[in-house]
Design a protein around this ligand. Sequence first.
Ligand SMILES: [Zn+2]
Length: 283
Amino acid sequence: MQSIEKMGERFWYITPISETDRPILGMVVGDRKTLMIDAGNSESHANYFTGELSKQGVTNPDLVVLTHWHWDHIFGLSALTHTVSISHKETKQEMEKLIPYSWTDEALDERVKAGMEIEFCATAIKKEFTEHRDITITLPHVTFENRLEIDLGGVTCVVQHVGGIHASDAVIVYIKEEKILFVGDCMYADIFAEIENYKIHETLQLIEQLEAYDAHTYVLSHHPKPLSKEEFNQEVTMHRTIAKYTEFCNGEKDKIIEEYQKHVGREVTEIELENIIFYANGF
Ligand SMILES: [Zn+2]
């Protein structure tokens, strides 16, 4: 079940659903303007969020920023008819490529077979759109390349392109006065490659960029809830440690596990093991 949560004075979000791959969506409420972060995986996802928020007195968003081009963050954009949409230049380019696609079961299965789509996304799309599949790709109005600063009145959002292995167009949104960093999917692995992977250099560089922000809350789009500073630091430490041993062990999975376990003085957790495999894959 999805719920709407408020954090600090000016930030709201909707919790994610893993089965249909619905990510967290955010809403930043300024004195003059309201900014939504990501448009959702369907019109019903976007409409549910804005509908529930209007019950809380939050008006429909004036602006929406897309964190990257993946379907689950953009399919809801067609529902936001009165909202000015903003994305990185490359996000728009990738979205343009989706326009000619058909989203029927057959078309999805065919693209999975051809290696153009991954099974995980195809399954989630089928589950999200059970009744109809009239998906309209709506392109963003405004594009930028590096950084934007948006003054909503009493609260400022810095939208910064960071890229990374998950999606090279990825941007983050730093809600300055609230010290919230909306990280999106950029810390996740490359899921579109033949084998899911992390690349040491790219990931460490990305982490450094994220650490430059003075934040106490980190929103990772598919995590059940936002991370505290301490939880984010633990996540970062895990990445740095695995990256270090991946290098040291020349990407040999079993050796990395052995060294990692020696270092932490216990067995690896399921998540650590998954990440070790991704780093070994990327080496
Ligand atoms: Zn993604």
